[in-house]
Design a binder for this molecule. Structure first.
Ligand code: ARG
Length: 587
């Protein structure tokens, strides 16, 4: 149970006894740390509801709780804010219990039905760009945090492998190498095992195909036709497509590996191909899908809509399926296969309308009865000009180039700071790698996910300010303190009551770890993890500066300080792990 979950019931009961809504007994860390550690603002609303002076309500609540040994003091400020200061004993007991708990005081997840987390969403043949990077980083942080609380997560990369780009690739290759057996309708196999293209070829083919089909309507028509034939199962096209997917997947796995992101499922839009026909028939039979100008659509608008809600297009007039078709069929598949409690899509906010259509269609189809659909959107990564981030030449910025940039900048930072000069080259390279990736992840996650941010690699890799390297360095310093203590045979002792505002602040921060995790999950907001890690790093620094642990003369106090240091490291490293950031042993 988290700290606040332990304290709030007493406040809730006090409000209930006064005839007020128990939900008003909520606590939060204080906005005025000089007046209290936590505060309860419920008296204001209770006063309004009960037509009583809020201050009287606050007094009555405080009176009820006066003898609760968990509080050192409860005071009232202004119109009726209740300021809470915890008893030292209670704080120490909480921290001891949290240090023994492998969840460090976080609430375990309740639902045993799985959560499906759909993120990443790269597309075959197209290099991943910064939008995919955000989905990967945010999705992975949610995946890690959910798993940490014990939720059953099934992550699915949902590969973009079944749309028009596939037909564009097939056509482009056919124009260049018409003699390949994949295009020969007479040929009955077996098709070659070696892929006819490399990853570079694929990307080049796709670029050329996009240009060609944009300029030439008949080329576009041919690409559409190839897409349709692929979806209908033309053997040569399927064999070719299998190569495209395998080649792409190999390189995607490398990139995800570099980022430390893992998926349980490598399904894609194509996975549901066989089920689409039947789903379409079923929806049509039930009157949910209707014919419209040769196409099959699912009207999803509702009378109370304030904005226009276009129908979901299930089949285009040429019979091809679209992005919404595969997403809807994928929901059916997920429901049938995994019986999830929830499906979360971590995708660019600009796709919000799409998900709204898909979720509505799923509900109409009766797929959403006891399952929650959620689109967790995010803003764009912009360049210094405030427009979506591009390369100097104006092309899309690729994930790989970005990671290379981060690695170079991290290495430069290490050189400038003369950090780890005495380490072996390999270890130093490993540190640079962790810093490069940690910088990017932290800089991405620290913003409210819906805001856009400006990509500034120099700022992201700085050791000063609210950055990944700052927080990673804090963790590394703690490791070095613990190493020094071990070298001097100073034993880690038992936690003790705080001796100053510095260790007190640190202890309070540690004690709200579980509440912070809860809030992160409730709002799908990994930036709260970043705020927390940064604050913890700063509070540790101040504490370490003001309370010289290793030269503390009192041995028991020294041991107590070390226990606090040890717990700080555990919590800080765990927070970084939830962000997907690895901490070096030293630097
Ligand atoms: N492939 C898509 C894109 O690049 C993202 C897929 C997101 N997931 C989904 N189920 N639609 O935009």
């Amino acid at each position: 149970m988290t700290l606040l979950a332990d304290l709030e019931p007493a406040f809730a009961a006090a409000f209930r006894d006064l005839g007020a809504d128990p939900a008003l007994g909520r606590l939060k860390p204080s906005d005025r740390p000089d007046m209290g550690q936590f505060q309860c603002n419920g008296a204001m609303a209770a006063g309004g509801a009960l037509k009583r002076k809020p201050r009287d309500i606050a007094e009555a609540v405080v009176e009820t709780l006066r003898h609760d040994p968990r509080f050192k003091s409860l005071t009232i400020a202004g119109p009726g804010f209740i300021n809470v200061v915890l008893a030292d004993d209670y704080l120490v007991q909480r921290l001891e219990a949290e240090a023994r708990d492998d969840k460090l005081g976080a609430t375990p997840a309740e639902n045993d039905r799985p959560v499906i987390l759909d993120f990443g969403g790269p597309n075959v043949a197209k290099a991943m760009h910064v939008g995919h990077l955000r989905s990967l980083i945010i999705g992975d942080s949610l995946q890690r945090t959910l798993r940490f609380t014990g939720a059953r997560v099934i992550s699915d990369v949902h590969l973009g492998d079944w749309g028009l780009p596939m037909g564009q690739l097939i056509e482009e290759l056919r124009l260049r190498n018409p003699q390949l057996p994949y295009f020969d309708l007479e040929y009955s196999g077996p098709y070659p095992e070696e892929p006819p293209v490399t990853l570079d070829d694929l990307q080049e083919l796709y670029t050329a195909a996009s240009r060609r089909t944009k300029e030439d309507e008949s080329a576009m028509e041919a690409a559409r036709e190839a897409t349709r034939e692929l979806q209908l199962g033309r053997p040569g096209y399927l064999a070719l497509w299998n190569h495209f997917v395998a080649v792409s997947r190999k390189s995607l796995e490398d990139e995800f590996g570099a980022l430390g992101v893992k998926f349980d499922l490598w399904e894609g839009e194509s996975t549901v191909n066989e089920t689409v026909e039947e789903l379409g028939k079923d929806l049509t039979a039930r009157g949910l899908a209707v014919r419209d100008d040769g196409a099959v659509i699912i009207p999803v608008a509702r009378p109370d809509d304030v904005k226009e809600m276009p129908p979901l297009i299930f089949f285009k007039s040429d019979g091809a399926m679209l992005y919404g078709t595969t997403d809807l069929a994928t929901i059916k598949r997920r429901v049938d296969e995994y019986d999830p409690a929830r499906i979360i899509y971590v995708v660019d906010q600009r796709q919000h309308l799409h998900f709204e259509q898909v979720f509505r269609a799923a509900e109409l189809a009766g797929l959403g009865k006891d399952i929650a659909f959620e689109h967790v959107g995010f803003g764009t990564v912009n360049g210094p000009d405030g427009k979506p981030f591009k390369t100097r030449a104006g092309g899309t910025m690729r994930l790989n180039d970005l990671l290379t940039m981060a690695l170079q900048e991290a290495t430069k930072r290490l050189d400038e700071g003369e950090i780890g000069l005495e380490f072996a080259a390999e270890e130093r390279a490993e540190i640079a790698r962790k810093i490069g990736i940690g910088s990017i992840k932290f800089a991405d996650l620290m913003n409210n996910r819906l805001s856009n941010y400006i990509f500034d690699i120099a700022r992201f890799t700085s050791f000063e300010g609210k950055t990944g390297p700052y927080v990673m360095y804090a963790a590394v310093r703690i490791k070095s303190v613990l190493r020094k203590a071990a070298e001097q045979s100073i034993a880690i002792g038992e936690l003790r009551a705080p001796t100053s505002e510095h260790d007190l602040k640190l202890m309070l921060r540690l004690a709200v770890f579980g509440d912070m995790v809860r809030q992160t999950l409730d709002t799908r907001s990994p930036h709260l993890l970043c705020d927390y890690a940064y604050a913890l790093g700063q509070e540790f620094s101040r504490f370490y500066h003001e309370c010289p642990i290793l030269i503390e003369p009192d041995a028991v106090q020294r041991g107590a300080y070390l226990a606090l240091v040890q717990h700080t490291l555990t919590v800080l490293e765990q927070t970084l792990r939830l962000l997907g950031i690895e901490t070096p042993e030293r630097m």
